[in-house]
Design a protein around this ligand. Sequence first.
Ligand code: AMP
Length: 617
Amino acid sequence: MTRGNPCQLPGMLPNYDPNDSEAGMKILEDLTENVEQIQQRVLEEIITRNARTDYLKGFLDGQFDKQIFKKTVPVVNYEDIKPYIERIANGDSSNIISAEPIIELLTSSGTSGGQPKMMPSTAEDLHRKTFFYNLLVPVMTKYVDGLDEGKAMYLLFVKPETKTPSGLMARPVLTSYYKSNNFKNRPFNRFNVYTSPDETILCSDSKQSMYCQLLCGLVQRQEVLRVGAVFASAFLRAIKFLEHNWKELCSNTRTGHVSDWITDPGCRKVVSLVLNKPKPELADLIEHECNSKSWEGIIKKLWPRTKYIEVIVTGSMAQYVSTLEYYSGGIPLVSTMYASSECYFGINFKPLSKPWDVSYTLIPNMAYFEFLPVKKKSEDGAQYVQCNGVCKENCMEKETEKEDVETVELVDVKLGQYYELVVTTFTGLYRYRVGDILMVTGFHNKAPQFRFVHRRNVVLSIDTDKTSEEDLLKAVTKAKVIVESLGILLIEYTSYADTSSIPGHYVLFWELTSKGNNHLPVLDPKIMEQCCSTVEESLDSVYRRCRRKDNSIGPLEIRVVQHGTFDALMDFCVSQGSSVNQYKTPRCIKSGEAINILDSRVVARFFSQKAPFWEPV
Ligand code: AMP
């Protein structure tokens, strides 16, 4: 253990040179062979370090025993630990939950009471993340040759940050990592040479950042061997940006002069260096490709040496696979990792597998992992809640109540079973329900591999937003008050995430009637637009940030449908196997057929006319 010595790696993280693929593979083999021992050591280490924290003391009473830990420490949700996090944010000592000082709070895309959840983070955890990123190198080089013979055009962005009353930084996990010395002073690694200079990644103006990164990527197009962004939604946003700005990008390339609106001094300086001199031939070439009527395969045309596109296309991002395939020209889509603000979890050991076959192997020295079994409908007669969520498979998830919580360990999960992930981290989370539902698809040595199935309770997602049925109901309830005051009733509603254009947007289908006469009312567009805005204002902070600041979500739309549309939807659901007696209107629709049923009965469409209010937490 290395507490007090920031130069050394913390305990349990083997030190190795990421340029040494053989050493990397050996570490991966060790990690996946010795899962049980490593998990036990991780738990032991976490308990030993933290048994005296207020939080654990309350349950362990000073005992350092793993069995007592599992018997007495409860499996918790964010609401259970929120008071501790808030105390730390307000100036209490972080040792109430963690012996290691908490140096910042990571704002998650999951929300609580409309605001982002905040996850504790420590200095040593940055090393854990670096170790994790380094493990991706041997995996990728095992499957793709020659990655060290060029560059990666990875479009990476930082998001706004703020300080808590106690002065702790509160910001998203990737912003924290990119701004850390681990990223900025990263030792040279021949597989991680980016076309984007750090100044362009770290620029807080997202438009300037995007423009400069694309310009650098275009200028160095012959060197680019892989392209990507963290999530598919961000990469597609970049393609759309290129569609709107290629003429200006070409003009800058032609003249060797960066546009005057790029005012960030760091960006101007580094981009001018990359541009170097007028490049009229290159500009002609880019112009020729971008000018073509169809943008099918544009990635392959602009960056001809690209071997793969690195973007997460699992979970809610699966909705973007076909659009990406259209632009990619057959280049493989690679989802390398599964991670969160709480902890980095797993790596895709078969990076070239198709998006729907992707599984992640949890890395056993990242945290202590437990699993709450989630039952599928057919298994018993117990109560189930339907997951109408972002998963395509419409699985039925059993709500696991606190009383019957029985977790299983990483080595005890069973092939084909569904589980909710629970983590005990090095940073002060103990038996914390992450909210992700995973399915075991196989094993790499002794390490189980998981397919990401869906996020608990999420029905709508376009970018990093995660809207639950309850969030939606609350927002719709606020908006319907507006029409009710005019004698109009909202009889039924449902929703879907429309990603047919970029950025995608939320669509609400509303069936309305006039109070008293059962007729479709005459609708004032201004009033309906106000309803759209009210829904947006009522959605959580992450939605509002994506919509207002990141422009990664388009204006919300209400589509008013004819009378009887929701009866037709019910008939369809029943024809697909829903029980008539237990039928409840799904609040989110995935099925293309069901969307067609609704769409064919639309009588009017209205869009939000203004972006909702947003400010950092
Ligand atoms: P955040 O807390 O904002 O960092 O978001 C983390 C969440 O994003 C995870 O708990 C997952 O729900 C989702 N996520 C992260 N990586 C993946 C992935 N590779 N596939 C699907 N979902 C992911």
